[in-house]
Write a protein that binds this ligand. Structure first.
Ligand code: GSH
Length: 234
């Protein structure tokens, strides 16, 4: 059995998509990031960056294996099951390229843009909002160009699609139209039509907030520093 530490956000959906595609049984463990579940000593043992998603794989010889960071989790699971990842060296290199691209470009830019669109006080949005909106738009342009003439990011549907897709799903709420990106829009739809993807986006939807974070949740989510994360462990 795989324990899946999850909260319904794009970062959580990525791993949810893979688990649903694999059809392997898993145990969904909610990590309420607005209430501070990510800072418990138990979770920190699994995810030293105290962020979800994370997994613990019990179907191994010896001690259970924990994995944090969505890109690492997806590589681990795809390799374990021998699915959704190429086995030839060049295919694996290309998988790495797009996984790292998501981890270093698309994901953080979309995540910070979401922060400025949804949570920053309006008087503080100025340059930050513009910067992340441009960078997100640039990433969409890169992926659109790459998908020209391709159905999927690699030759076949893979973890590269699964890790990037949630950030494109939320383009509109981030204030971006996909109209200038026809290849991306077609790919978004192609992936969205997969039943496993639909099941993953619905995972734990009853946990979603109906309104924005209150003051206590904002403090937990947006005011952490090296000092506060150390104090919480004391
Ligand atoms: N690079 C990480 C990002 C994970 C991440 O930022 N998760 C957010 C939720 S979307 C989280 O756990 N936030 C908790 C917090 O900010 O304290 C990954 O890809 O796994």
């Amino acid at each position: 059995m795989i324990d899946f530490y999850y909260w319904p956000t794009p970062n959580g959906w990525k791993v949810g998509i893979l688990l649903e595609e694999l059809g392997t049984p898993y145990n969904l463990i909610p990590v309420n990031i607005g209430k501070g579940d990510q800072f418990t000593p138990e979770f920190l043992q699994i995810s030293p960056n105290h962020r979800m998603p994370a997994i613990v794989d019990h179907d191994v010889e010896g001690e259970p294996v924990s994995v944090f960071e969505s890109g690492a989790i997806m590589f681990y699971l795809a390799d374990k099951f021998g699915r959704f990842v190429p086995t030839d060296p060049l295919g694996r290199k290309q998988t790495m390229e797009w996984l790292f691209w998501q981890v270093g470009n698309l994901g953080p830019m979309a995540g910070q843009l979401s922060h400025f669109v949804n949570y920053a006080p309006e008087e503080d949005t100025g340059y930050g909002l513009k910067r992340y909106a441009r960078e997100y738009d640039r990433c969409l342009g890169v992926l659109d160009r790459w998908l020209d003439g391709r159905d999927y990011i690699l030759d076949d549907y893979s973890i590269a699609d699964m890790i990037c897709w949630p950030w494109i799903l939320i383009a509109r709420p981030l204030g971006t139209s996909l109209e200038p990106f026809p290849h991306l829009a077609r790919w978004r739809q192609r992936v969205k039509e997969r039943p496993a993807v639909q099941r993953a986006v619905d995972l734990g939807k009853e946990l979603r907030r109906s309104k924005g974070p209150d003051d206590a949740e904002r403090k937990i989510l947006f005011e952490q520093t090296s000092r506060t994360i150390t104090e919480q462990q004391a």
